[in-house]
Design a binder for this molecule. Structure first.
Ligand code: NAD
Length: 452
């Protein structure tokens, strides 16, 4: 099999290689997953204990996996360790989740029940920002539902995922979890392949639309977890000294490369100056460096196209009258580092506000009335998440419910959990991951009617 280079984004040079799967190798993975499905789908208890064993194998190698993840992805080591722990938590949560049949009606004429049946083989496709967490959000509920999984990580970050599959193979039967590596074309072969009955995709809106079109001829089921342009609204009673650092952290974590990172901030006029200054100060003092260095608070952007995109959006904002209160440029050092950037004097109509930057550059805008802030937050095709920040959580919760998005937070942003349904409105996606809805998305529903 051919192979391709994997780059360490903190150095900008290759440190390893991954196999480039060809069509035959992808086909062989699906064939093994289909063969494994027959027995895997039949024994619920065996599934649950195999999932626990797989979780234990991963947990035992947390340090090794985290170091590999940091080297290929760029994130600080502590965050990579958290991501490995999340894989373990997701596997354990779904292994333990009770998925009961529902009795819909029971009377003298019939017993009507709703069952959830395994679907078959799942084709899972992931992005490069949280390779392991995204894999786990697909793998754990799919395995619990009784499906088997062929997963393709991003070509930028395939190594930690492939290693996770090797470790999990100590607990899972052969063929239950297969990893295929390669470029975007491998994803396209997967969505067109006749074996998978379901495609679970996490990535950009553009690729998500291609996936939706690719699965249509075969009517495969599809879940799409796509881009976001999350707004945070800071009401006039939000305490800048306390809340601004939290908003900042939710915008710049993982170098801003999170689907649900804060990507626009609307701040009530009376506190605007204080908030932007707090953001800018934090941006200036953030310690950038290689993720393997324990002192590092923010790593590099993961790959050159993404670095170019962030640079272009910031340059466009500044050329259109925006002001960089911190950062604004690529750092003059090896690797793909961009200075944490705070941009004022911009509004809707500027690409940095309207599009998903997916990087360390944050536009901050003042507003007069809360209704205006909500309208501006909602004036987009995105609809992933949003948050409202205030000294009065009850009032903020009422405002948060007006946001047209799949998750709305009050005085926090970014937290997800295996029990917390997650998915986007509008162009941010179709379907839900996590919790019981996550298992349902990997199951076929059967209504069983037994006449009396
Ligand atoms: P991307 O769309 O370029 O790639 C994602 C994956 O899809 C990769 O594995 C890629 O090889 C594959 N792919 C590309 N074209 C394909 C095609 N035509 N058919 C099948 N597979 C194809 O996205 P990316 O740059 O890796 O990730 C960044 C994007 O992902 C951002 O927009 C981000 O918001 C989004 N994202 C969303 C969520 C969520 O849960 N909503 C989570 C993480 C990232």
């Amino acid at each position: 099999m051919k192979s391709f280079d994997i780059i360490d984004p903190s150095a900008g040079c290759a440190f390893a290689q991954a196999p480039a799967f060809d069509r035959d190798a992808v086909d062989a993975s699906f064939t093994r997953a289909l063969a494994a499905f027959r027995s895997w789908s039949r024994d619920e208890e065996a599934r649950r204990s195999a999932m626990l064993a797989a979780a234990g194998s991963v947990e035992a190698e947390t340090e090794e996996l985290a170091a590999l993840l940091t080297t290929e992805q760029g994130k600080p080591l502590a965050e990579a360790e958290g991501e490995v722990r999340a894989v373990v938590a997701w596997m354990r949560y779904f292994a333990g989740l009770e998925v009961e049949d529902e009795v819909i009606r029971e009377d003298e004429s019939a017993v009507v029940r709703r069952l959830r049946r395994p679907m078959g083989v799942v084709a899972a496709i992931a992005s490069w920002n949280y390779p392991l967490l995204i894999a786990a959000m697909k793998l754990a509920p799919a395995l619990r539902a009784g499906d088997t999984v062929v997963l393709k990580p991003s070509p930028y970050t395939p190594l930690a995922t492939a290693r996770t599959a090797e470790l999990m193979a100590r607990g899972l039967p052969p063929g239950v979890f297969e990893v295929v590596t390669g470029g975007d074309e491998v994803g396209a072969w997967m969505t067109a392949h006749p074996i998978p009955r379901k495609v679970s995709f996490t990535g950009s809106i553009g690729a998500g639309k291609l996936v939706a079109a690719a699965v249509a001829p075969d009517l495969k089921r599809v879940t799409l977890e796509l881009g976001g342009n999350d707004a945070a609204i800071m009401l006039e009673d939000a305490e800048p000294a306390v809340l601004a650092p939290q908003v900042f952290a939710a915008a710049f974590r993982n170098c801003g490369q999170i689907c649900s990172a804060i990507k626009r901030v609307y701040v009530a006029e009376p506190i605007y100056e204080e908030v932007v200054e707090a953001f800018a100060e934090r941006a200036r003092e953030l310690r950038l460096g290689p993720g393997l260095d324990r002192e590092t608070e923010m790593g590099p952007i993961n790959n050159p196209p993404q670095l170019t995109r962030v640079k272009e959006l910031v340059e466009d904002a500044l050329a259109g009258g925006g002001t960089a209160l911190a950062g604004g440029t690529v750092l003059d050092r090896p690797g793909y580092f961009f200075a944490p950037t705070i941009v004022a004097d911009v509004a809707e109509g500027t690409r940095l506000v309207d599009e998903e930057q997916f990087g360390p550059a944050l536009p901050v805008m003042p507003f007069k009335r809360v209704e205006e802030a909500v309208e501006r937050a909602n004036s987009t095709r995105f609809g992933l998440c949003g948050s409202v920040w205030s000294a009065d959580p009850d009032r903020a919760a009422l405002v948060a419910q007006e946001l047209d998005c799949g998750t709305a937070w009050v005085n926090t942003h970014l937290g997800v959990g295996p029990d917390q349904p997650f998915g986007g409105h509008r162009w941010s996606g179709i379907g839900l991951e996590n919790g019981l809805p996550g298992v349902e998305s990997f199951s076929d529903s059967q209504t069983l009617v037994v006449a009396r």
